[in-house]
Structure formats: C-alpha cells, structure tokens
Write a new protein. Sequence first.
Length: 394
Amino acid sequence: MQKHIKENGNVIYGDLSKQVNLKLDFKGKNNIVFFAGGSSNVNIIFPGNNGLVFIGKGIWFGSGSIRVPNSGMCFMDDTSSFGGTHFSVLEAKNIIVGRRILVSWNTWLSTCDHHLIMDSQTNDRINFSKSIYIGDHVWCGQDTAISKGSFVASGAVIGAKSLATKLYFSNTVNAGMPAKEIKNNIFWLEDNPNVGQWTKEQTLKHSNIPNDNFKYTYNQDEFLSPKAIEEKLDSLNTAQEKLEFVYNAIYCNKNKNRFAYFKDMPYDIPLPKYENKFKSLKFEEIDETKPQPTPPAPKPTPQPTPQELEIKVLKEQLAQKEQELINMKDKFDKQNTNISILENKYQEALNTKNHLSYKLGAALIKANKNWYKGGYVKFIFEVMRIKKEHRNRG
C-alpha cells in the first residue's frame, strides 16, 4: 500500500490511481485519509487539524461531501452507496458507517445542531454534539436526515423524509419527524424494480424470497457497542492512533452481527478482543513534500556536418535520377511491346489479303457491281488468273 506524505503533516494511505473523481482539500495539519481500495466521486474537506477519514472498498458517491474539522473522524466500511449525501463531523465527534449501506438522494448526517441552545435559568448548554453510528445493511430513503446521537442498528430502514434522532433496532422500519418504529421483524433486499422495469411476472416471482442473509441476531460476544467504541476513540489523541484502532477493531471485524441490536439487550459492554493487523501492512512511502529528482535531459541528437549534408543531398538526387531512368525504360518497353503487337496485326492483315478466298471474294464483289457490263463473264477469266497466280506462289 502507498503512503503519500503531503504538506503540513497530512497523509494519504492507498492507491490514488484507483480513486475516480477524487477531491481532497487539506486546509489544516496532520489529517489522514485512508483508502482500503477504489472509490468514486469522494469529496473530502479538512477545515482543521488532526482529522481522519476512512474509505472502504467500493464506496460510491453520486454527489455530496465529507467535512471533518478538528479531531473528527468519519469511517465508512466496504461496498456502500451514497446518492447525494453530506457528512458533517463536528466538535471532535465521529460518524461510523458499516458495510453495504444504501443512502438515497438529498440526505445529511451531522453530529452537531450548528447553533447553541442554552438553559435560560443556568446559562448551561443543553445541546452538546454526539457521534453517529450506522450498522451494516442499513437503508436510508430520500430526503432523510441522521441527527446527532443516532444509532441505526444493522438491517434497519429509515423511511423517506424522516429525521433519525435516537436508537433504532435491527430489522425494523422507522419513519416520521422524528422517526419512530412502525414495523419490526422485517428484512430488506437491494433488488430494485425500477432499475429492472419489472413486469407482472417478475413481481410475482419476487413475492416470496427465501433469504436469511439479512436477518440479524444479537450476540453479546460479537456486539460492537457504540458506547465502548466512543470511549476508546475519546482516549486517543492523534488521527494515526484512531486509524489503527478502527482498522483493527472495526474494519477487520467481519462478523455479521457486529452492529446488530434489539430491545432490552445488553448495550454497555466492552469491546471484543482484536488483533493489531495494521502493523502487518507494508507501505511504499512517497514523500511529496520533497522536490522530486529531475529526470536527466535527453542526449542531444548529433548534427550532421556540411559535407555529410551535401553527400546526403547528392545521394537523394542520384536516387531520383535512377528512378527516372527506370520509369523511362518501363515506358520504352511498353511502347516496343505495342509496336510489336501492331506489326503482328499488320502481317496478319496482309496474309488475309493474299489468301485465295479473299481474292476470289473480292473478284465476285467486283463482278456483281459490274454485272451489266459483263462483269460475271469477266469474273470467269479473273478466277482463272487468280488460281494461276496462287499455284505459282506454291
């Protein structure tokens, strides 16, 4: 894996050639971006310092942005799609998103209310910022909003134009302003009738689908408690420490039910044990702050001397004359061939004219034209003369 060292201590991990339409804006210092694989249309802004953005494999953004000011962190696991989504990770909080998430258009997630709300009697602030956690295989409909302190457990659905503000259990449908649970014991699939323009037959075919892949169950030994994750992140000081933690404890955790949670289940539990796999990663360090070595200038092409140029011109003229001679010879040979053909045809004509049949025919034609002058009588004597000449020629 590549490690790109930028100015002001900012670092990018990952192969940048696999990122399509990537936009990165480092305004502060000591920020980190980690790409586990390829992504499309990701737009990351670091207004401050010590921020972290973790992008898993196969992340697609239709539009939107990820804005992480001072000491905030945004983590996205593999294979998720965000139609038009804005992430605002404010006041050093975190947004953690699991695998196979579908978030529709015109949506936003924010850890902060953007303005302070105070108690008028004590003058104490009452709307502190909180982190956001979204489990695996969560679907957020169009025009939804995920507010501070939300935990949407694996397999849940947030309906269109809803505002999520609290804990939503696995395999439930939630909708409203704010969103409330309206249905449970469900699971959803990524099949889209609109994309396939389904017929009645296709709709009937999908009326019952035996599938247990997205039915989640609570397992206390596998559960990644958002509270435990948050406490661990709060204890870390640098973006590098947070990167190693989320890589080891979350990204390398492939348990199906890691973010599955249901009503009345234990929540405040410690994190499962995890290995430090980040240290086994090997990095090709590319320090972009140092001037890159200038490639050696190409050697100049040797220039020919005046004598060599003159010889080259003479050779070209000689070759041109030789070609002209070849063309003239071809033309002369062609003319000789035509003359020979004409001579042969002329000789053939002479032979035809001296043939006995030709002469007899000519005499008969002449006799016919002069029949009234005794042409046919003369023809008899002309025939006798022609035959005599023919015998004499042998």
